[in-house]
Design a protein around this ligand. Structure first.
Ligand SMILES: *Cc1c(COP(=O)(O)O)cnc(C)c1O
Length: 404
């Protein structure tokens, strides 16, 4: 359609064609490919949000989410909104103006958490680490010495860099200081172990479109009994009406009190995505992510490319790789999309134009996709004047079939 017409208040319905995005292979930082079964679930009839059938679906979704989070937390629900809504839910419910909050920042999403704390009027204790590295527990220890943070917050899987944050020491330091431990599990959940009870996480949030491989639009959130107590002992009302869990949980709990209309069909699709995860099994799913990650890295390195993050703290589902000198970031990504239908991510912030972020999330994380991406990338790089070293295929095959 002509640009000039877009402000017209009259439309011709025939100008609008059927939606048909074509085939894509989503190997960026999210969304990931959504399995057909999960998409089909959306098309089930929309029914009332208090319909007994839907209430039973809600119960099942909560049950499946507790399985995925490995938690017995009663308050475990999908918040209506994307991962950022889950992030905001955790902070607005746990933080009151004047509360001290320690936030670990080593990428885009830590920065976003710090921003939210500022907006709520919390007293931010910010712990910064270089992007592409993990937070050193000693930095947290030093930063909160003599202070009384109510919450210590950290990102488990920093999607902007590909760093996996070890949580054990941070959890211990947080609890020793009497703080609640809040963790962003948006990218980790469904792709690597996130057992929140065992890891003593008090508040966790995730998103449906990363390793859960559902469409974006819901944010699984779980609060421990300690986090619920903190919520119940607030002196001020939660600044967000929509995300106030004290009201939202009256709908997800036994009262079934109307708060906002649940996104019925999105919840169907989440249920199907979770059912697929239960069918596969958590351990098998995590192992699948590890294996395909190792194969991808073997292939990239065999081609002569270098990973951004040291091996010991690399995420399996998000692989940041340096763009070789002389190669144009945008040209490569555009060609991958236009000629191969493959989407990968560019760098964010200080890594813009310097790294690519290759996702192996959920349904996208498959052997054939590893081979496809490597072959496509090799060919596109060649047109950009970069000739990859030979042997990527063998290096990948050696990971999948070590006996050969
Ligand atoms: C994607 C992502 C978010 C934000 O989720 P949206 O669904 O984009 O709102 C938050 N944290 C991390 C680590 C993410 O990867």
């Amino acid at each position: 359609m002509e640009n000039a017409n877009q402000r017209s208040t009259v439309v011709n319905a025939a100008d609008f064609r059927d939606i048909d995005p074509g085939d894509r292979l989503l190997m960026g930082p999210g969304p990931s490919d959504v399995p057909a079964r999960t998409l089909q679930a959306i098309a089930a009839p929309c029914i009332g949000h208090l319909d007994p059938y839907f209430l039973s679906i809600m119960n099942e979704v909560q049950q499946l989410l507790r399985f995925l989070f490995q938690t017995s937390n009663e308050l475990t629900i999908p918040v209506s909104g994307t991962g950022s809504a889950g992030m905001e839910t955790c902070f607005v419910n746990l933080v009151e103006p004047g509360d001290e909050v320690a936030v670990c920042v080593n990428g885009v999403f830590g920065t976003r958490m710090a921003d939210i704390v500022d907006r709520i009027g919390g007293k931010l204790i910010r712990i910064d680490a270089e992007w592409g590295t993990a937070i050193d527990p000693q930095l947290l220890q030093d930063a909160i010495k003599g202070r009384h943070p109510k919450v210590v917050a950290v990102v488990h899987a920093e999607t902007s860099t590909g760093v996996c944050q070890p949580l054990e020491d941070l959890a211990r330091i947080a609890h020793d200081a009497g703080a609640l431990f809040l963790v962003d599990c948006v990218t980790s959940l469904g792709g690597m172990p996130v057992a929140i009870d065992e890891m003593t996480i008090d508040a966790a949030y995730s998103g449906t479109q990363k390793c859960i491989s559902g469409p974006p639009g819901l944010s699984p959130v779980s609060f421990s009994p300690a986090a619920v107590r903190a919520m119940e002992h607030r002196k001020t009302p939660v600044v967000s009406w929509y995300l106030d869990l004290s009201m939202v949980r009256d709908y997800w709990g036994t009262d079934r009190k109307y708060h906002h209309t649940a996104p019925i069909n999105m919840i169907y699709s989440l249920r199907e995505a979770l059912r697929l995860i239960a069918e596969e099994g958590l351990e098998a799913r995590h192992e699948r992510h590890r294996l395909n990650h190792r194969a991808l890295v073997a292939g990239l390195e065999a081609m002569g490319l270098a990973m951004l993050v040291p091996e010991s703290i690399r995420l399996p589902m998000l692989n940041a790789v340096h763009i070789p000198g002389g190669v144009d970031d945008l040209t490569v990504r555009k060609t991958l999309l236009n000629q191969y239908g493959i989407e990968i991510g560019g760098g964010l912030g200080q890594f813009a134009g310097k790294v690519w972020r290759i996702g192996l999330m959920g349904h996208s994380c498959r052997r054939k996709n590893v081979f496809l991406l490597l072959a496509a990338l090799e060919s596109v790089l060649k047109t950009e004047g970069y000739t990859a070293q030979p042997g990527a295929r063998d290096a990948v095959a050696a990971v999948y079939d070590p006996a050969d």
